[in-house]
Design a binder for this molecule. Sequence first.
Ligand SMILES: *Cc1c(COP(=O)(O)O)cnc(C)c1O
Length: 453
Amino acid sequence: MKTDRRLLGDAAERAMRYLESLGERPVGVSSEAAVRLQHFDTPMPEHGRPPMEVLRDLDEFGSPATVAQAGPRYFGFVIGGALPATVAASWMATAWDQNSALVVHSPVAAHLEEVVQGWLLDVLQLPGGSGVGYTTCATTANFSGLAAARHAMLAKHGWDVEAKGLIGAPPIRVVTGDEVHASVLKALMLVGLGKDNIRRVPADSQGRFRVDQIGPIDDHTIICAQVGNVNSGASDPVGEIADIAHARGAWVHVDGAFGLWAAASPALADQVRGVDRADSWALDAHKWLNVPYDSGVVISRDREALRASMTVTAPYLVDGGEREPCHYVPDFSRRARGIEMWAALSSLGRDGLVNLLERCCEYARMFADGLRKAGYEVLNDVVLNQVVVVFGDEARTREVVDLIQKDGTCWCGSTTWQGRFAMRISVSSWATAAADVERSLAAMVRIASAKRS
Ligand SMILES: *Cc1c(COP(=O)(O)O)cnc(C)c1O
């Protein structure tokens, strides 16, 4: 097959130039670059044009309108960059263009999913033999985990939910912490349990589920716990929740989008002690594992419950009796996410992964110390990679966040924490070095200490 080497070479060149620019370009997007996006506002073209021109347009008008999330000083949301090995693997995998629904579609995609499954359960210290599915994100991982929970809860009461649906089904009660992530609400909405049908258990000052307030739990209950609060980084006491739940026949699902990674580090594992006693887990790879978007993982201790909730058969879908990737996720056809996860874990190794996680947490403490020293109030106990800080009253904090975003040295988002408007710093990129933290801290303090506009 003929390949356009000039085109692919040009793409690689442009991508490398882009990556090399990330250390110095402003992290946010200038209003000028945003306006230049209008270049793309054309009617659907009647005739095609050379791929080289298409790529040039994308780079010239697209690249400047990207937020430098892959760079070293993006601290908004919990985003993470993409490790070099994963970018390279992703290019390779795009060239392969493998559909990963079935083993027969792509032996390599299916095989690497199995390898990564074993590695993940090992590094995260989750029960061997758990079912693992590769989803687009933590939201679909939460959805999938809750689908497995729904299956298991109703099967126990003699109801086949995949066959009969929820109409007329035995009741399911959902209990969450008060700090439940919006994605779990969305997942509850999708899985037919309803986002308003939940009992919220009060949270403590760090946003953790208060086990002493757990209330009635029975064998109709699904409890949604969380490790890694998006603001404070704090984790629910999952072990204690699981002990109560299991004594009463309930299911515990854990939203561990980024926080579950703490289980891989001896220094951080204490934060998520007992998380292995839950029944299902949602995890992101595109956040703290630093693989390219999109990449999430669902894990279910009861492999068959996950499989039953996600499997349909049709005569043309050959089931080879092996682990068929599509039996563990909502999608059939999809990209081969296991490839980049394999590349990340292979290139890091256990020690590299631990170092990445612990380095991010150390940088979060550097931010917190530096900001406190400069006289600003840090609102959370900095136990993981998250810092929540205020620069005065709400109006002043809003102004400072806005100025920090416009300044371009780094990028941080805002939040409301315990009723106070605040700035949120998330450190989750392999690319961040101590010098980036110092440079970003200096910019924050310079901006926050300048005279009010
Ligand atoms: C980011 C996040 C999610 C949602 O993850 P997506 O990958 O964006 O779907 C869910 N829960 C928590 C705690 C998160 O931090």
